[in-house]
Design a protein around this ligand. Structure first.
Ligand SMILES: Nc1ncnc2c1ncn2[C@@H]1O[C@H](COP(=O)(O)OP(=O)(O)OP(=O)(O)O)[C@@H](O)[C@H]1O
Ligand SMILES: [Mg+2]
Length: 252
């Protein structure tokens, strides 16, 4: 589904990513962990076309997408959520998902402005189905900025669900959450996002990683230092060393 070959991203003198080789087969839930600043978000940004890689290749679903712009990659069936949640705060829950659906249609933003949700229309039903799946249908008329954090993160996920993405990239979906909220997010990823899709999940919270991921990749200073089954990877000496003092009990 996703292949990275020798992926490199430099910001001036800083090598945020170097020599990353990674295969994500269809149906996998790959976890990516690593200390702050190790390049996790940069990897997602490179894959989603926020900026072109400095070197290396990126292939998605068989297409070489290296250097492609984000909207073009998105149209191939790739969706993401953001570490710093990006929603339309003054729009309702329904409108946020509606806008995600129409941002991808040929009319783009203009089409969105002209389009009107019709009760019972196919587009409306798709938005309602996505909201139902993340447990937000009852909050459809609430403004996004009035939602508590866990609900805002579920709303971002609904935006990814409504566009029929084959690959969904989640950047710290349980960031800032309590253990109970994290467990709920793990369930949403396992039961709602993952079926029929391939997922890449960046997270610091080990409860989420070990609860949902089928494979784990560890980054440190922009390099991949370990990869394999989550339990086995977390047991390795070099991984424990990277995290020594980095993961406290409240993170676990
Ligand atoms: N647009 C940018 N311009 C310059 N430097 C950047 C940019 N984006 C990221 N960096 C740098 O690249 C490195 C990797 O950052 P990145 O955000 O990918 O880390 P991360 O693993 O996601 O960290 P965190 O766990 O804190 O989210 C950091 O040193 C960061 O300061
Ligand atoms: Mg990050």
């Amino acid at each position: 589904m996703l292949t990275l070959q020798g992926l490199e991203k430099r910001f001036g003198a800083l090598a945020a990513l170097s020599g990353i080789d990674l295969e994500v087969p269809a149906g996998e839930i790959l976890g990516i962990i690593g200390p702050n600043g190790s390049g996790k978000t940069t990897l997602l940004n490179a894959v989603t076309g926020v900026y072109p890689p400095s070197a290396g290749r990126i292939a998605f679903g068989g297409a070489d997408i290296t250097g492609w712009k984000g909207h073009r990659i998105a149209r191939l069936g790739l969706a993401r959520t953001f570490q710093n949640i990006r929603l339309f705060p003054t729009m309702t829950v329904f409108q946020n998902v509606w806008a995600a659906q129409h941002a991808r249609t040929p009319g783009g933003l203009l089409g969105l402005l002209r389009s009107r949700p019709r009760p019972g229309g196919g587009d409306t039903r798709r938005v309602e189905a996505a909201l139902e799946q993340v447990g937000l249908l009852a909050s459809r008329e609430v403004l996004a900025r009035h939602l508590p954090l866990p609900a805002r993160r579920r709303l971002e996920i609904a935006r990814a669900l409504v566009v029929d993405a084959r690959l969904v990239l989640l950047d710290e979906p349980a960031g800032g959450m309590t253990p109970a909220e994290t467990a709920d997010m793990a369930r949403v990823i396992r039961e709602v996002v993952a079926p029929g899709r391939t997922c890449v999940v960046i997270e610091h919270k080990m409860a989420l990683i070990t609860g949902v991921c089928t494979r784990l990749c560890v980054l440190d200073f922009g390099r991949k230092i370990a990869e394999g089954h989550p339990d086995e990877v977390l047991d390795r000496a070099e991984v424990r060393e990277v995290y020594l003092g980095g993961v406290d009990a409240s993170d676990a």
